[in-house]
Design a protein around this ligand. Structure first.
Ligand code: F6R
Length: 612
């Protein structure tokens, strides 16, 4: 949420900042702003409400702002409506401190009252303005330098923040501070960068520093120094980003989402390749040894949104294969409900970004209680990856579209691998079944490719039903987990009201919503449950529903019931999610396109939910 970019070098800052912000627009896009300065000159600030394009036009693509040091921001509103006034950067009353912020300052009211008592004035409704003025207050009170004033403010602020700040009396320097919100620093000769995420600076440098929690960074031209809250300098080793800049470009696709849908076979193949060696699963990189696995008595999967849906599928698979109890919980609930955990439990936190505030809090809660934690994470160096005891990195590459697709698919692979390995270690499957499952998992990428070849049928169907108002996705077992993700895709990018129901539950109330023409998608990939779900489909059809069936090749009897059917290649039933989700992602995508919506940046949403 919210995108931050900072630049300090010898080129004109504004065009570089705008370019970086464009790469981060997926993080927030209701307003934006730039602050640029040259040497000891005053700081110039320009802001705009709406998309980044408006800021770009307002500044003549950055040419109207002169200076080689600056900061920029795209906002996803938390405190205060989207407006120019609330847009960042914010500045202190006498223009001493200027800054941008991502996160939420929980005690901002209390801090604001304190500052009001010291004659500070406020022009916006944001918590950010309070943070900036608090830094200014401490600078004036203690006459310390920027690091000292920021550290004092950090001690008083409760909440999460990535702050990037410039000071009037410290030209050619940018300061950053971070707690629980993402922020990286990039450096090359004569230039330094700060950003919320790697794509913003990748075209300039691959040398990246992951600033630690509750640390401060001082960026001069081509150099960075880090400090802790005691103002002591700390060493951080830079890391080399390995993925190429093209991965964060559209490469000829109309939207990031459709590009990322097509990248799923690769995401799955790369993730599989990282853990299968000579026909066996190796979790060595995660540090989960067979001994550790053998000692685990319960698995608790905690996540948000689509990652939670991966957990839902994971529960069925883990319990079926490894015969171990699995609980799946929404991170936002788990963190506040004093959950019962036992010392031999394993808490698995699934997160693409590794920065989701609720998931991070859930991880910390488990750690506080002394429970072993494993993160299934896509973004290297993210907070959850750094704090979890074990990390399973998914190799989906950078995911830019707000709606997740390829990271979700890579997370599924991670869950399969864990479930199979747990089953193997716990002797709940025979050696032969172990090898069979691994071999079948390796066929998934090619099967995904086959589904993608047939996308025009879905496109046609989506165009035909682009006016749909309500949709239901129904299924049993793993098909219910698939339905939940299919339904979320529909809601978030197509704005069609949709619900996922365990097919057997429909009769307990929801079926009263079905009327003539209601679109119902019946997911039937689980052979054992095929007839059961099909009879639920018949029930809704007899109440006027228009039915789309989703099943595996061979289950042709579904055509007796469904009005339109999509087939997926056969696979082990435990892996059906990986294949069945693709037509549903395509349905959400094409419906959104047919409705003329902004697929990659749906309203009110941001890619990485770093506030609770
Ligand atoms: C939906 C979507 C979200 C995320 C959720 C968790 O398409 O992308 O529901 O899955 O916000 O995000 P991460 O995985 O970054 O923790």
């Amino acid at each position: 949420m919210c995108g931050i970019v900072g630049y300090n070098g010898s080129s004109q800052a504004a065009p570089i900042l705008l370019d970086g912000l464009e790469k981060l627009e997926y993080r927030g896009y209701d307003s934006s702003g730039l602050a640029v300065r040259s040497g000891s000159n005053d700081i110039e600030i320009v802001k705009a409400k709406g998309r980044l394009r408006i800021l770009s036009e307002k500044t003549d693509e950055g040419r109207a702002l002169s200076g080689t040091c600056g900061i920029g921001h795209t906002r996803w509103a938390t405190h205060g409506e989207p407006s120019e006034n609330n847009a960042h950067p914010h500045i202190s009353d006498d223009r001493n401190v200027t800054g941008v912020h991502n996160g939420i300052i929980e005690n901002y009211q209390e801090l604001k009252e304190k500052l009001l008592r010291h004659d500070y004035k406020f022009y916006s409704d944001t918590d950010t303005e309070v943070a900036i003025k608090l830094i200014d207050y401490y600078m004036k009170k203690y006459h310390g330098g920027p690091v000292d004033s920021i550290a004092r403010a950090m001690i008083r602020i409760r909440g999460s923040y990535a702050l990037v700040v410039m000071f009037k009396d410290y030209p050619d320097e940018i300061y950053c501070a971070r707690k629980d919100s993402p922020l990286i620093i990039g450096v090359k000769e004569g230039e330094s960068f700060a950003a919320s995420d790697v794509p913003a600076i990748l075209k300039h440098t691959r040398r990246v520093y992951y600033i630690g929690n509750q640390q401060i960074a001082k960026l001069t031209k081509g150099e960075v120094k880090f400090f802790d809250l005691d103002r002591e300098e700390v060493e951080i080793e830079p890391k080399e980003v390995t993925w190429d800049a093209e991965a964060a470009e559209k490469n000829g696709f109309e939207h990031f989402m459709i590009k990322e849908i097509h990248e799923q076979p690769k995401a799955a193949r790369d993730t599989i390749g990282s853990i299968i060696h000579e026909g066996k699963i190796s979790l060595q990189e995660t540090g989960l040894t067979d001994d550790i696995i053998a000692g685990i008595t319960q698995v608790i999967i905690v996540a948000c949104g689509s990652a939670y849906h991966v957990g839902m599928a994971g529960q069925y698979i883990f319990e079926d294969l490894a015969r171990i109890p699995v609980r799946v919980e929404l991170a936002s609930e788990f963190r506040y409900r004093n959950p019962l955990l036992n010392e031999n439990d394993l808490v698995i936190v699934i997160s693409q970004s590794g920065e989701t505030a609720d998931s991070l809090a859930a991880l910390r809660l488990a750690k506080e209680k002394g429970i072993r934690t494993l993160g299934i994470i896509n973004v290297v160096g993210s907070s959850i990856a750094r704090e979890a005891d074990h990390v399973f990195y998914t190799l989906a590459g950078p995911e830019i579209a707000v709606a997740t697709t390829k990271a979700y698919s890579a997370q599924l692979i991670a869950v399969y691998a864990l479930a199979i390995q747990f089953a193997h270690v716990r002797n709940t499957i025979e050696e032969e079944r172990y090898s069979e499952l691994i071999a079948e998992m390796e066929t998934l990428p090619a099967k995904m490719e086959r589904i993608l070849e047939d996308k025009e049928r879905i496109q046609w169907f989506a165009a035909k039903y682009s006016n749909a108002k309500d949709m239901f996705f129904i299924g049993r077992g793993i098909d219910y987990a698939i339905s939940m993700e299919g339904s979320l895709k529909m809601k978030e990018i197509s704005y069609v009201h949709s619900e996922a129901y365990a097919a057997g539950e429909l009769k307990h109330g929801t079926i009263s919503l079905v009327e003539n023409g209601t679109l119902v998608v019946g997911v039937c990939t689980q052979n054992r449950l095929f007839e059961k779900t099909r009879s639920n489909m018949v029930e809704v059809k007899s109440r006027g529903a228009y039915l789309m069936g989703l099943t595996s090749y061979g289950n042709y009897s579904i055509e007796d019931t469904a009005d339109f059917t999509v087939y997926i290649p056969k696979t082990d039933q435990n892996f059906a999610t990986s294949l069945a989700i693709i037509p549903l992602q395509l349905l959400g995508y094409y419906l959104s396109v047919a409705r003329g919506l902004n697929v990659d940046k749906p309203r009110n949403l941001a890619k990485s939910v770093t506030v609770e």
